[in-house]
Ligand binder design. Structure first.
Ligand code: A3P
Length: 326
């Protein structure tokens, strides 16, 4: 296996044809690099671009996640919180009311070359997102001796719910990429997911890397759980604000700013907005496909107990003696 130790991340593009290939998870071919399965295009453009051309600022906040773990929600909450002096959440023309959260907060590695200048033009503090594993982020973001690194907020989700959400999303979103994924079954998705053969997989290793870092550097890496945010959204918005260095004042608390942000970013509100019912993201995905049920435990409506057991077992074995549990 080729590792980042032998191949600088900025030069991966060259060795892609020699990396293990997986084509069964629609719509993009995946390659295994440095123990993760990633879309070929991410390895071809995203990782090299981020490593060689991206200039992080100390004030940048990165929202990191494995796909289908609550990224859209985290983007909305973090953007509304960090940008509230420019865009008060009470405003009728708040960006989240006419832009999908994925267009308010860009993924660093997606279409990197096309958006490089736009990212540079964004005013500080910037909020950006990534699905890249922690080990594939450049030292300029994670801290490389000269500086302590940017702030990173990670959101994790229970694997079975992540899988079901990912499988349903894939079937819905693949046609926009010219791929018919109607025959992609939950059984197939489960087998691939258990083998780590999905974008960003193995999911538990993606989670584990960020969790370890959050334990080591809690001032720089905040680790959130989707299920806990569902239970106490306001407490998590306060935590997020404090972590990002923009805690709420007493006066803001009295004016109900926290609950207004939670309401603005709620699944019901976002899903009902015209832009999210009929629009598409910059990258062509239908906005509506990012909003489904938004609950914990929906896996039981799509997986048999046997299927659930097999994934639980894989995850349990992989996490043994790590100190982490979902
Ligand atoms: P379900 O498919 O289980 O409903 P991501 O944003 O990382 O792609 O994750 C998508 C999941 O987050 C979907 O889960 C989606 O419904 C849920 N989601 C999207 N917006 C949300 C919000 N505002 N609040 C809670 N959950 C949300």
């Amino acid at each position: 296996e080729t590792s980042p130790l032998t191949t600088p991340n900025a030069n991966i593009a060259r060795i892609i044809p020699s990396l293990p290939l997986e084509t069964r998870w629609p719509p993009f071919p995946l390659r295994r690099y440095a123990n993760f399965w990633l879309p070929e295009v991410t390895l071809k453009e995203g990782v090299p671009g981020v490593h060689s051309c991206f200039e992080p600022r100390p004030t940048d906040v990165f929202l990191a996640s494995f796909p289908k773990s609550g990224t859209t929600w985290l983007k909305a909450l973090a953007f509304a919180t960090l940008k509230r002096s420019t865009h008060p959440p009470f405003d009728d023309d708040h960006p989240l009311r006419h832009c999908n959260p994925h267009d308010c907060v860009r993924f660093l590695e997606l279409g990197f070359n096309q958006q490089k200048d736009e990212l540079e033009a964004l005013p500080s503090p910037r909020v950006l997102a990534t699905h890249l594993p922690y080990s594939l982020l450049p030292g300029s973001i994670t801290g490389d001796g000269e500086h302590s690194g940017c702030r990173i907020v990670y959101v994790c989700r229970e694997p079975k719910d992540t899988l079901v959400s990912y499988w349903l999303f894939t079937r819905k979103a693949a046609p926009a990429c010219g791929v018919d994924a109607r025959s992609f079954t939950i059984q197939e998705a489960l087998e691939l997911f258990c083998d780590g053969r999905c974008p960003g997989g193995p999911q538990w290793n993606h989670v584990l890397q960020y969790w370890k870092e959050s334990v080591r550097r809690p001032d720089r890496v905040l680790f959130l759980r989707y299920e806990e945010v569902l239970i106490e959204p306001e407490a998590h918005v306060r935590k997020l604000a404090n972590f990002m260095g923009c805690g709420f004042s007493e006066e803001e608390e009295e004016r109900g700013v926290v609950s207004t942000i939670v309401e603005l970013c709620s699944l019901g509100k976002l899903r009902d907005m015209e832009v999210n019912r009929n629009g598409s993201t910059r990258l062509g995905t239908k906005n509506e496909s990012f909003f489904r049920k938004g609950v914990a435990g929906d896996w039981s409506n799509h997986m048999t107990p046997e299927m659930a057991h097999s994934l639980d077992k894989v995850v349990e074995d992989a996490l043994q003696e790590t100190g982490f549990t979902f």
